[in-house]
Design a protein around this ligand. Structure first.
Ligand code: NIG
Ligand code: FE
Length: 387
């Protein structure tokens, strides 16, 4: 007999997302999955210290949210009303609202109070089955406030057990005090902020918002090249409202992902299809939240076999939900993805995009023992029973 720590049995099935691995039960040893199979076969081979009966629930890999902005001090619910009255997202930002109002709040917030907020946000994600997330700074836009944001991400991860891939998003917007000299802000990012972040080991990736009113393509390139030279992985916000060439830049620089893509053209799609490395980050709850009819052309991207993930984009301005099952619902309804495609997007695809696909996003021998037991009859119900 082999010795295990835990036998989990009685699932309606285990969705392993690994070919040739199937069953209704699994065995855990030292926090890793040691075996997946039928209960009877596993009981014949393993003696275990503990057992857990899943009573027919569907066992799926723990969710991975590969695009979140959890470091904010307060919500922006008033903007939700302004949009109901016809103001659009970029218009609100131009008036000094939007991201800038979150920046003012984060700068004023004490580190300990900000930590409490981020802990709460990670707990919201965990309640919905998220076991790991990418977490961006980006509401600081000064050396101090960005370092504070990244420190708080690390502390909240330790407190909650949420596994985090931290991303420096000092290039979320041109900081307000640099509005009339944006190049000087890019200098600050390249010469001071990026080196400090790397020196303190506070981020594994860098991100930039390439968009009208945020960073131009040339500014984005300069910043991303600095980040890459310093050894950071790249993740990019592009083609949300306007196509400025950020997708082609992402592919050229070998970015891990390029996210949003509501304005993606056929040329951008082709660049992604050629890359096979840069993931398309699908954020289907965002246009819903912003009352937009446009969606990223997910069906075309999947048909072209572009690697992809589905994320919440959790943030106070463009998507105030921490729920990946909800994002999966919007992917199914607005993008015509199947349940299996949506599940892949919030598990294996997301983990792969973060370089964590050898450990997370699948349930098979050698993977981390992190799963969600869903109280639904079968996989077709995923994203169908929404919220
Ligand atoms: O991914 N698009 C840029 N950044 C965020 C929104 C940030 C905000 O509105 O606070 C996004 O949608
Ligand atoms: Fe975002």
């Amino acid at each position: 007999m082999k010795h295990g720590d835990l036998l989990v049995f009685g699932a309606s099935s285990v969705v392993t997302q690994v070919d040739g691995v199937a069953g209704d039960s699994l065995v855990v040893v030292d926090g890793k999955i040691a075996a997946v199979g039928q209960e009877r076969d596993l009981r014949a081979q393993w003696s275990v210290k503990k057992e857990q009966d899943l009573s027919g629930k569907l066992l799926v890999p723990g969710f991975v949210d590969a695009h979140t902005h959890p470091v904010f001090a307060q919500g922006r619910a008033e903007e939700f009303d302004w949009r109901a009255q016809g103001m659009d997202y970029l218009e609100i930002a131009k008036k000094g609202g939007g991201i800038y109002s979150s920046v003012r709040a984060v700068r004023e917030c004490e580190e300990s109070a900000l930590l409490e907020k981020v802990i709460l946000h990670f707990e919201w994600m965990q309640e919905k089955g998220t076991v790991a997330c990418e977490a961006k700074s980006g509401y600081g836009l000064s050396l101090d406030a960005e370092l504070k944001s990244l420190r708080v991400i690390a502390q909240a991860s330790a407190k909650t057990g949420m596994e985090v891939a931290p991303t420096f998003l000092g290039a979320h917007m041109i900081a307000e005090e640099f509005r009339d000299r944006p190049e000087a802000y890019v200098d600050l990012l390249c010469e001071e902020m990026l080196p400090a972040v790397v020196e303190e080991g506070l981020a594994v990736a860098a991100d930039v918002f390439i968009e009208e009113g945020a960073f131009s393509l040339a500014q984005g390139r300069r910043y991303l090249e600095c980040a890459k030279d310093l050894g950071l992985a790249l993740r990019i916000h592009a083609d949300q409202f306007n196509e400025l060439g950020g997708v082609q830049l992402a592919v050229e620089l070998g970015a891990q992902s390029v996210d949003h893509l509501e304005a993606l053209s056929d040329a951008g799609l082709e660049a992604l299809a050629m890359s096979r490395k840069t993931h398309a980050g699908l954020l289907p709850a965002v246009p819903h939240f912003l009352r937009q009819s446009m969606n990223a052309p997910a069906r075309k991207l999947l048909d072209a076999e572009v690697p992809y993930f589905i994320a919440t984009d959790f943030n106070p301005g463009s998507c105030y939900t921490a729920s990946l099952p909800e994002a999966a619902h919007f992917a199914r309804v607005r993008m015509n993805l199947t349940a299996a495609e949506a599940l892949w997007g919030v598990t294996a695809g997301a983990a792969d995009s973060l370089g964590l696909g050898g450990r997370l996003g699948r349930l098979a021998p050698g993977f981390d023992a992190k799963w969600v037991a869903l109280d639904i009859p079968d996989l077709h119900y995923f994203g169908y029973r929404f919220g």
